[in-house]
Design a protein around this ligand. Structure first.
Ligand code: CTP
Length: 215
Protein backbone atom coordinates (compact mmCIF):
# COMPACT_ATOMS: atom_id res chain seq x y z
CA UNK A 1 0.00 0.00 0.00
CA UNK A 2 1.33 3.44 -0.95
CA UNK A 3 0.00 6.59 0.69
CA UNK A 4 0.54 10.21 -0.32
CA UNK A 5 -0.01 12.84 2.40
CA UNK A 6 0.24 16.63 2.19
CA UNK A 7 0.79 18.35 5.52
CA UNK A 8 1.59 21.66 7.19
CA UNK A 9 1.24 25.20 5.89
CA UNK A 10 2.58 26.67 2.67
CA UNK A 11 4.72 29.81 2.62
CA UNK A 12 4.16 32.14 -0.33
CA UNK A 13 7.10 34.54 -0.75
CA UNK A 14 6.62 38.31 -0.96
CA UNK A 15 10.32 39.17 -1.18
CA UNK A 16 13.55 37.39 -0.09
CA UNK A 17 12.72 37.81 3.63
CA UNK A 18 8.91 37.81 3.85
CA UNK A 19 6.07 35.43 3.10
CA UNK A 20 2.34 34.83 3.52
CA UNK A 21 1.67 31.79 5.70
CA UNK A 22 -0.70 30.38 8.31
CA UNK A 23 -0.70 28.77 11.76
CA UNK A 24 -0.90 25.13 10.65
CA UNK A 25 1.59 23.02 12.65
CA UNK A 26 1.30 19.87 10.48
CA UNK A 27 0.47 17.71 13.53
CA UNK A 28 -2.59 16.02 12.00
CA UNK A 29 -0.79 15.17 8.73
CA UNK A 30 2.30 13.84 10.54
CA UNK A 31 0.09 11.75 12.87
CA UNK A 32 -1.61 10.26 9.80
CA UNK A 33 1.77 9.46 8.24
CA UNK A 34 2.81 7.55 11.39
CA UNK A 35 -0.58 5.78 11.63
CA UNK A 36 -0.46 4.61 8.00
CA UNK A 37 3.20 3.53 8.37
CA UNK A 38 2.22 1.47 11.47
CA UNK A 39 -0.12 -0.58 9.24
CA UNK A 40 2.80 -1.45 6.91
CA UNK A 41 2.12 1.20 4.25
CA UNK A 42 4.85 3.13 2.46
CA UNK A 43 4.17 6.84 2.99
CA UNK A 44 5.29 9.87 0.98
CA UNK A 45 4.80 12.88 3.26
CA UNK A 46 4.89 16.17 1.35
CA UNK A 47 5.38 18.76 4.04
CA UNK A 48 5.35 22.52 4.17
CA UNK A 49 7.59 24.21 6.78
CA UNK A 50 7.03 22.67 10.25
CA UNK A 51 8.99 21.92 13.44
CA UNK A 52 8.08 18.23 13.24
CA UNK A 53 10.21 15.20 12.44
CA UNK A 54 9.13 11.77 11.23
CA UNK A 55 9.72 8.65 13.35
CA UNK A 56 8.82 5.67 11.20
CA UNK A 57 11.37 4.41 8.64
CA UNK A 58 8.61 3.77 6.07
CA UNK A 59 7.88 7.52 5.79
CA UNK A 60 9.69 9.37 3.02
CA UNK A 61 9.50 13.11 3.68
CA UNK A 62 9.60 15.64 0.86
CA UNK A 63 10.09 19.20 2.09
CA UNK A 64 8.43 22.05 0.20
CA UNK A 65 7.60 25.69 0.89
CA UNK A 66 5.08 26.98 -1.64
CA UNK A 67 1.76 25.62 -2.94
CA UNK A 68 3.32 25.29 -6.40
CA UNK A 69 6.16 23.14 -5.00
CA UNK A 70 3.66 21.05 -3.00
CA UNK A 71 1.56 20.58 -6.14
CA UNK A 72 4.59 19.46 -8.18
CA UNK A 73 5.67 16.94 -5.54
CA UNK A 74 2.11 15.62 -5.08
CA UNK A 75 1.58 15.33 -8.85
CA UNK A 76 4.75 13.22 -9.10
CA UNK A 77 3.70 10.84 -6.29
CA UNK A 78 -0.08 10.64 -6.93
CA UNK A 79 -0.25 8.11 -9.81
CA UNK A 80 1.63 5.45 -7.77
CA UNK A 81 -0.31 6.01 -4.55
CA UNK A 82 -3.35 3.95 -3.51
CA UNK A 83 -4.48 6.56 -0.98
CA UNK A 84 -4.22 10.35 -1.09
CA UNK A 85 -4.62 12.43 2.06
CA UNK A 86 -4.77 16.21 1.72
CA UNK A 87 -4.09 17.46 5.24
CA UNK A 88 -2.09 20.57 4.26
CA UNK A 89 -3.35 24.09 4.96
CA UNK A 90 -2.49 25.42 1.51
CA UNK A 91 -2.45 29.22 1.16
CA UNK A 92 -5.41 30.10 -1.05
CA UNK A 93 -3.56 33.04 -2.64
CA UNK A 94 0.04 34.04 -3.42
CA UNK A 95 1.60 37.39 -4.37
CA UNK A 96 1.42 37.96 -8.12
CA UNK A 97 5.01 39.24 -8.14
CA UNK A 98 7.86 38.21 -5.84
CA UNK A 99 10.20 41.17 -5.32
CA UNK A 100 13.79 40.31 -6.18
CA UNK A 101 15.11 42.52 -3.38
CA UNK A 102 13.76 43.26 0.08
CA UNK A 103 10.88 45.71 -0.21
CA UNK A 104 11.89 49.01 1.48
CA UNK A 105 9.40 50.88 3.61
CA UNK A 106 7.78 53.79 1.81
CA UNK A 107 4.43 55.57 2.22
CA UNK A 108 1.78 54.73 4.82
CA UNK A 109 0.15 51.87 2.97
CA UNK A 110 1.37 48.98 0.87
CA UNK A 111 -0.84 47.04 -1.51
CA UNK A 112 0.03 43.51 -2.54
CA UNK A 113 -1.77 41.91 -5.46
CA UNK A 114 -2.60 38.27 -4.79
CA UNK A 115 -3.52 35.56 -7.30
CA UNK A 116 -5.23 32.26 -6.59
CA UNK A 117 -3.06 29.22 -5.91
CA UNK A 118 -3.61 25.89 -7.59
CA UNK A 119 -6.12 23.70 -5.71
CA UNK A 120 -3.96 20.60 -5.23
CA UNK A 121 -6.73 18.28 -4.06
CA UNK A 122 -9.26 19.35 -6.71
CA UNK A 123 -6.76 19.21 -9.58
CA UNK A 124 -5.47 15.75 -8.65
CA UNK A 125 -9.07 14.69 -7.92
CA UNK A 126 -9.80 15.00 -11.63
CA UNK A 127 -7.12 12.35 -12.35
CA UNK A 128 -8.23 9.87 -9.66
CA UNK A 129 -8.69 6.27 -10.83
CA UNK A 130 -11.61 4.18 -9.47
CA UNK A 131 -9.32 2.05 -7.27
CA UNK A 132 -7.67 5.11 -5.68
CA UNK A 133 -9.05 6.67 -2.47
CA UNK A 134 -8.86 10.38 -1.67
CA UNK A 135 -9.23 11.98 1.76
CA UNK A 136 -9.67 15.70 2.33
CA UNK A 137 -10.05 18.02 5.32
CA UNK A 138 -12.49 20.82 5.96
CA UNK A 139 -12.40 23.43 8.69
CA UNK A 140 -15.79 25.12 8.84
CA UNK A 141 -17.47 27.56 11.19
CA UNK A 142 -21.06 27.62 9.88
CA UNK A 143 -23.25 25.10 8.01
CA UNK A 144 -20.42 22.68 8.65
CA UNK A 145 -21.88 19.48 7.25
CA UNK A 146 -23.33 21.09 4.12
CA UNK A 147 -20.08 22.90 3.33
CA UNK A 148 -18.01 19.76 3.92
CA UNK A 149 -20.30 17.68 1.69
CA UNK A 150 -20.05 20.31 -1.06
CA UNK A 151 -16.21 20.18 -0.78
CA UNK A 152 -16.25 16.37 -0.85
CA UNK A 153 -18.08 16.43 -4.19
CA UNK A 154 -16.20 19.36 -5.72
CA UNK A 155 -12.78 17.87 -4.93
CA UNK A 156 -13.77 14.26 -5.71
CA UNK A 157 -12.92 13.02 -2.19
CA UNK A 158 -14.12 9.62 -0.97
CA UNK A 159 -13.98 10.84 2.62
CA UNK A 160 -13.73 14.26 4.22
CA UNK A 161 -12.58 14.95 7.78
CA UNK A 162 -14.58 17.81 9.25
CA UNK A 163 -12.98 19.75 12.12
CA UNK A 164 -15.21 22.18 13.86
CA UNK A 165 -13.66 25.36 15.21
CA UNK A 166 -16.54 25.48 17.70
CA UNK A 167 -15.06 22.61 19.69
CA UNK A 168 -12.55 23.51 22.39
CA UNK A 169 -9.25 21.72 21.85
CA UNK A 170 -9.87 21.01 18.15
CA UNK A 171 -8.04 22.28 15.08
CA UNK A 172 -4.89 24.36 14.74
CA UNK A 173 -2.15 24.29 17.37
CA UNK A 174 -3.82 21.68 19.61
CA UNK A 175 -2.59 18.16 20.33
CA UNK A 176 -6.19 16.98 20.34
CA UNK A 177 -8.88 17.03 17.70
CA UNK A 178 -12.59 16.33 17.39
CA UNK A 179 -13.65 15.17 13.96
CA UNK A 180 -16.64 14.02 11.99
CA UNK A 181 -16.00 11.77 8.99
CA UNK A 182 -18.32 12.22 6.01
CA UNK A 183 -18.11 9.71 3.18
CA UNK A 184 -19.09 9.78 -0.48
CA UNK A 185 -21.56 6.95 0.20
CA UNK A 186 -23.42 9.17 2.69
CA UNK A 187 -22.07 7.63 5.92
CA UNK A 188 -21.28 9.92 8.83
CA UNK A 189 -19.18 9.03 11.91
CA UNK A 190 -18.77 11.40 14.85
CA UNK A 191 -15.74 10.92 17.11
CA UNK A 192 -14.95 12.25 20.59
CA UNK A 193 -12.21 14.79 21.36
CA UNK A 194 -8.97 12.78 21.54
CA UNK A 195 -5.21 13.03 20.88
CA UNK A 196 -4.33 13.56 17.20
CA UNK A 197 -2.47 10.21 17.13
CA UNK A 198 -5.73 8.44 18.03
CA UNK A 199 -7.77 10.55 15.60
CA UNK A 200 -5.28 9.49 12.91
CA UNK A 201 -5.80 5.80 13.76
CA UNK A 202 -9.60 6.26 13.55
CA UNK A 203 -9.22 7.80 10.08
CA UNK A 204 -6.82 5.06 8.91
CA UNK A 205 -9.19 2.33 10.17
CA UNK A 206 -12.11 3.89 8.30
CA UNK A 207 -10.12 4.25 5.04
CA UNK A 208 -8.80 0.67 5.18
CA UNK A 209 -12.29 -0.69 5.94
CA UNK A 210 -13.60 1.01 2.77
CA UNK A 211 -10.67 -0.19 0.62
CA UNK A 212 -10.77 -3.78 1.94
CA UNK A 213 -14.35 -4.41 3.09
CA UNK A 214 -13.71 -8.16 3.45
CA UNK A 215 -10.50 -7.95 5.50
N1 CTP B 1 -6.62 22.07 -0.55
C1 CTP B 1 -5.63 21.84 -1.50
N2 CTP B 1 -5.14 22.89 -2.24
C2 CTP B 1 -5.60 24.15 -2.04
C3 CTP B 1 -6.59 24.40 -1.05
C4 CTP B 1 -7.07 23.33 -0.33
O1 CTP B 1 -5.22 20.68 -1.68
N3 CTP B 1 -5.09 25.14 -2.77
C5 CTP B 1 -7.19 20.93 0.21
C6 CTP B 1 -6.88 20.95 1.68
O2 CTP B 1 -5.69 20.25 1.95
C7 CTP B 1 -8.11 20.28 2.28
C8 CTP B 1 -9.24 20.67 1.35
O3 CTP B 1 -8.60 21.00 0.13
O4 CTP B 1 -8.02 18.86 2.22
C9 CTP B 1 -10.14 21.79 1.83
O5 CTP B 1 -9.47 22.99 1.88
P1 CTP B 1 -10.20 24.39 2.20
O6 CTP B 1 -9.14 25.42 2.17
O7 CTP B 1 -11.02 24.25 3.42
O8 CTP B 1 -11.21 24.48 1.01
P2 CTP B 1 -11.45 25.61 -0.03
O9 CTP B 1 -11.87 24.92 -1.26
O10 CTP B 1 -10.27 26.54 -0.10
O11 CTP B 1 -12.72 26.36 0.54
P3 CTP B 1 -12.87 27.66 1.49
O12 CTP B 1 -11.48 28.22 1.74
O13 CTP B 1 -13.73 28.53 0.69
O14 CTP B 1 -13.54 27.14 2.73
Amino acid sequence: MRVLITAGPTYEPIDPVRFIGNHSTGKMGYALAEAFAETGAHVTLISGPTQLTVQHAAIQKVEVETADQMFAAATAAAPEADIWVFAAAVADYKPRHVAENKIKKAGDTLTLELVKNVDIAATLGRTKRPEQFSVGFALETINEEAHAREKLERKNFDLIVLNSLRDNGAGFRHDTNKVTLLEAGGQMSIFELKPKAEVARDIVRTVLARLHPDA
